[in-house]
Design a protein around this ligand. Structure first.
Ligand code: GTQ
Length: 345
């Protein structure tokens, strides 16, 4: 490939004049913004063991009352992007949130889309636009863009969940803001009950789905059962995977980030092909070795790690006796919208 001229090759007076006119020569920067074949990526493979994160989160519970936090969250920040930028990948934000018994995280709505993956504890709920969603281990709860949400906890023990937001993307677009609200009135009816049976959807007076987000809670019991059924009915199926979708449209559950669950059979090694989107892995059950670029992480239950795009990932179930279950979040809906989605085999 042709070596291009450098900035230093240009006379100082010319460089100064360009800068003073808010002009930049392209050629010294061309290869940096359009590198050959593979994009440059700041996203590094990082592992956040829950065993080290949890005590720090509990300490935040002692140090910072809800009134001083609003959302008591430790952000899983990728050092490759700069910790202060609070992103795990170009479009994804990850946070571990703690709610103690009796606490309430007040209602607000914001432009970024969020989901919660419940990590531990029971008895908390998230109310989304008036729909009250119970939070249990492994459940996925959506709070799509613009929808009012508040979290409360009437149980006995701390509740912790993983927040996944497209905040870095919306912030980059200079479109990120929030509005504070009042405690929501809870309305009757729940999407996870109305859409509990695959292929059968509510049609009151023959009308279908007026609601853009008809299902806000995806119970773990359903995702887990679907994976076990797939695995037992298709013994030759290598990738036992499901995707969380909007039950009215069949499309991704949310508009920018994709959410999936996968099962590794006892002793299974699964190679995920290199795809353009960055991804996050969170172990719901079992123990998994994740090989990403030059790293090999041993993930146990409630551990989280991330992988840059354009890299193959190998997942190994460390147990020869029990299946392992992994929640995956990725940037695939965004890449498809942008027309840059790729699988490289
Ligand atoms: O629970 O509404 O991790 O607004 C970051 C921003 C959680 C939330 C986060 C938020 C929330």
């Amino acid at each position: 490939m042709q070596a291009l001229g450098r900035l230093e090759d240009l006379p100082q007076d010319y460089r100064d004049e360009l800068a003073s006119r808010n002009l930049v020569p392209l050629w010294p920067n061309l290869r940096a913004v359009l590198p050959p074949h593979v994009p440059s990526r700041a996203t590094r493979p990082i592992h956040w063991p829950y065993a080290t994160l949890r005590p720090l989160l509990m300490r935040a519970g002692e140090l910072t009352p809800m009134e001083k936090a609003e959302r008591r969250v430790l952000v899983l920040a990728n050092p490759g992007h700069g910790l202060e930028n609070m992103k795990v990948s170009p479009a994804m934000y990850l946070g571990m949130q703690l709610l103690l018994p009796g606490e309430w995280a007040p209602a607000h709505r914001h432009t970024p889309n969020a989901v919660r993956m419940i990590v531990e504890g029971r008895g908390a709920t998230t109310t989304v636009n008036g729909e009250r969603c119970p939070m249990e281990r492994g459940d996925l709860i959506l709070t799509p863009t613009g929808q009012w949400h508040e979290h409360e906890h009437d149980g006995q023990d701390p509740v912790v969940w993983l927040d996944v937001l497209d905040l870095p993307l919306i912030y980059y677009a200079e479109a990120s803001y929030a509005v504070e609200g009042e405690r929501q009135a809870v309305k009757a009816g729940r999407g996870d009950q109305a859409y509990a049976r695959g292929g059968i959807v509510p049609t009151p007076l023959f009308e279908r789905g007026a609601d853009a987000y008809p299902m806000l809670r995806y119970p773990w019991a359903q995702a887990r059962a679907a994976l076990l059924d797939l695995a037992s009915s298709q013994p030759d199926l290598k990738a036992v995977q499901v995707t969380y979708v909007n039950p009215e449209t069949g499309r991704d559950a949310q508009s920018n980030l994709g959410f999936h669950a996968l099962m590794l059979r006892p002793g299974q090694t699964l190679r995920l092909p290199a795809r353009s989107p960055a991804q996050v892995f969170h172990v719901v059950e079992g123990s998994v070795q994740a090989r990403i670029v030059d790293q090999a992480f041993t993930l146990v239950e409630a551990d989280t790690c991330c992988a840059p795009g354009y890299e193959a990932v190998t997942l190994v179930n460390a147990s020869g006796a029990e299946p392992a279950f992994v929640f995956v979040a990725d940037e695939s809906p965004l890449h498809r919208k942008l027309g840059v989605y790729e699988v490289r085999r």
